[in-house]
Design a protein around this ligand. Structure first.
Ligand code: SF4
Ligand code: MSK
Length: 655
């Protein structure tokens, strides 16, 4: 049981959690308590219900059954479950990517008033990369060919994904040797599902490699396509100032929250909320205006392109409604708790589901289709306005907390900042790392999880990294956690960063923690490390770079896929909670040790955020040492381990 005062590290959330308890409104943490004790077999990954001879479970103590009815061992069951979970995540990202490409096709064919091609530079760049003729052709013509080509990547039946060409040579060799080069997005997901069917693949290593291939099809395929096409359709993000936390909700305005992941509807809602007729309608109802805010990754999408404030991350979706001032919440797909529908019984908020893929009992379903996007967006804004007079003043309680932030860095623009307007290259970043002013780079991403104090793991880890001169890039709910704590503001450098990182941040005016987008935008981290390899001087393949990854509070199946493609791309990654593989020592060792031989990187499981940060720093220091780079330029709180200490620790670990 997570004690009430330990449920969140965020004061605004804690205030609303206490309020919910007083009002006897059950929220995620109460439902977690009701689930205790949770199933130990599930946690270890050793239960199987892939056929009706089961469910089967393996006795972890070696006293009971050591096989399922069909004879599947713990190793097989664990690997199969890992693959099935990962496929759920890879499918979610990739289906998101497909929808964005459909919207691009509509825009290219002139079939949509809502979508226009805004990112023309990126459109032309991608056309060149994929060999689409662009000279003498207008944007629509080029975009039509690009949309057609990218849709083909989902259904590709022959060869390998086009984006494999983006991957450094060494990673391509690793993948070819392991037989995991991604072939087609849908194909790798469907083949993975087939492998998990009873009596198909029973070799644990082969099943894990099936996971790797599907994850790579997500990271370098579905997710990367989603990011690229969002930039073409909605414009490439630029660093933008905004605010985060529940304090962005306004008592005297109509508050409309968008929640979920896909930007196709939320982008249009941004335009609809500024419609003068709708603003006038809001004023006629006694509101001072229309206040749009976001939760989860929909928030990240419209934050980085329009500066729309963020109301909160995953575990704040219920808390936002409990403020009593959310007139409408519009949801699409992924990370939307069905529980929020029930809150409509206690609060005036109206919740609308919109995706043809996602209906929720108790929500009003107003289905969204790209070809009538603006009409639907205006309808939803109008419904929010009409609900404004229904607020119950006695239930209104808005926490005051809101923090300033800068969001919207991309592979293309991050290091324009470091390089300056006249020298937009990765050279200054690589120079900074070579000299030891920046010790390395860490991607810290992922969700919240009601099992851990909300946001605490993200904050402790990120603070420990930046005070040790490690530049942090972030996506998803992790970025929102750090935004709320002020870590995405330039001033955070003076307050929390080490001397070297401070110097860089001061010189170019960036925060020590860079927001690079939503969950699908983890692909920006992949393309950024490719640029680092191309720039040279800090490793000629991704696995040699002083770069690490982490997901300190993950909960979604998408995080399994993200972690897997990041590791298989050569980046050491620490997660908490551990993957549900501990029922098989073989699979755990494969992921946390043997993967080094396959991909030059491993997973690590560490529950303490500071210890996890130290594992990441040790890895960065090891990579620096292997490259012959000097130790950090300035004294750092977590001192670099000497060669001897590392070797002794490695020897001890091997015993
Ligand atoms: Fe049991 Fe095998 Fe069926 Fe799984 S597939 S439920 S282990 S019999
Ligand atoms: S929203 S997947 S809780 S990061 Fe992308 Fe947040 Fe995790 Fe959902």
């Amino acid at each position: 049981m997570v004690e009430r005062k330990q449920r969140s590290a965020d004061p605004a959330s804690l205030e609303m959690i206490n309020f919910a308890c007083e009002a006897e409104v059950p929220i995620a943490w109460d439902r977690l308590d009701a689930q205790e004790p949770q199933c130990g077999f599930g946690r270890l990954g050793i239960c199987c219900r892939n056929c009706t001879m089961g469910p089967c479970r393996i006795d972890p103590f070696g006293e009971g059954a050591d096989r399922g009815v069909c004879g599947a061992t713990a190793d097989t069951i664990v690997a199969r479950n890992l693959l099935r979970g990962l496929l759920g995540g890879a499918a979610a990202h990739s289906d998101h990517g497909r929808d964005i490409v459909h919207a691009l096709a509509l825009a290219a064919e002139g079939k949509s008033d809502a979508y226009k091609i805004k990112g023309t530079v990126k459109l032309r760049k991608l056309a060149e990369e994929y060999g689409i003729p662009s000279e003498g052709r207008n944007d629509q013509e080029v975009a039509k060919d690009l949309a057609h080509l990218l849709l083909g990547e989902f259904g590709r039946q022959e060869g390998v994904l086009a984006n494999v060409a983006r991957v450094p040579e060494q990673q391509q060799k690793f993948w070819a040797a392991a037989g995991v080069t991604p072939r087609g997005v849908d194909q790798d997901i469907v083949t993975g599902m087939h492998m998990t069917h009873i009596g198909v693949d029973n070799d644990p290593e082969h099943l894990v490699m099936g996971s790797v291939r599907a994850a790579l099809a997500d990271g370098w395929g579905g997710s990367m396509i989603a990011t690229d096409v969002s930039d073409i359709l909605f414009g490439e993000p630029q660093p933008t100032r905004s605010l985060a936390n529940l304090g962005v909700l306004n008592e005297d305005e109509v508050n409309l929250i968008v929640h979920g992941h896909e930007p196709t509807l939320s982008e249009v809602i941004v335009a609809a909320a500024g419609d003068p007729e709708l603003v006038a309608l809001a004023e006629s109802k006694g509101a001072k205006g229309i206040n749009l805010a976001g939760i989860c990754c929909t928030a990240n999408e419209i934050l980085m392109r329009h500066g729309i404030p963020v109301a909160g991350n995953f575990l704040q979706q219920e808390l936002a409604i409990i403020t009593g001032v959310v007139d409408a919440m519009v949801v699409d797909v992924q990370c939307i708790m069905p529980a929020i529908a029930r809150l409509q019984e206690c609060f005036h908020t109206k919740i609308f589901s919109t995706s043809p893929k996602a209906k929720f009992p108790g929500m009003t379903h107003i289905e969204f289709h790209e070809d009538e996007a603006m009409e639907t967006a205006k309808k939803l804004v109008r419904l929010a306005i009409e609900n404004f007079p229904n607020r119950n003043a006695s239930k209104v309680r808005i926490p005051k907390e809101k923090e300033g932030l800068i969001a919207g860095f991309t592979t293309e623009d991050i290091f324009t900042f470091l390089g300056g307007r006249y020298r937009p290259s990765y050279r200054p970043l690589c120079d900074g790392i070579q000299a030891g002013r920046i010790r390395g780079l860490a991607g810290v991403v992922g969700c919240n999880n009601a099992k851990f104090t909300h946001d605490r793991y993200h904050l402790e880890m990120v603070k420990e990294l930046i005070r040790n001169d490690i530049l942090v890039v972030q996506t998803g709910c992790s970025a929102i956690a750090c935004a709320k704590a002020g870590l995405l503001a330039p001033e955070a450098a003076e307050k929390y960063a080490g001397n070297g990182l401070q110097e860089i941040c001061r010189a170019v005016g960036i925060p020590p923690v860079l927001h690079v987008g939503s969950c699908v935008d983890n692909s920006r981290i992949l393309t950024a490390v490719v640029e680092m390899v191309k720039e040279g001087g800090i490793g000629d393949s991704i696995d040699k770079l002083p770069v690490v990854g982490a997901a300190p509070e993950w909960m979604s199946e998408k995080a399994i896929s993200i972690g897997m493609y990041v590791v298989a791309s050569g980046i050491f990654t620490v997660v908490n909670p551990p993957l549900p593989v501990r029922g098989s020592r073989y699979v755990e060792e494969l992921l946390t040790k043997t993967f080094e031989d396959y991909f030059g990187a491993t997973w690590a499981f560490e529950e303490d955020p500071i210890e996890a940060a130290h594992l990441m720093i040790d890895h960065i220091d090891r990579k620096r040492r292997d490259l012959g780079l000097p130790p950090p330029m300035y004294e750092v709180p977590y001192a670099p381990k000497t060669v001897e200490t590392i070797e002794t620790a490695e020897a001890a670990a091997a015993l």
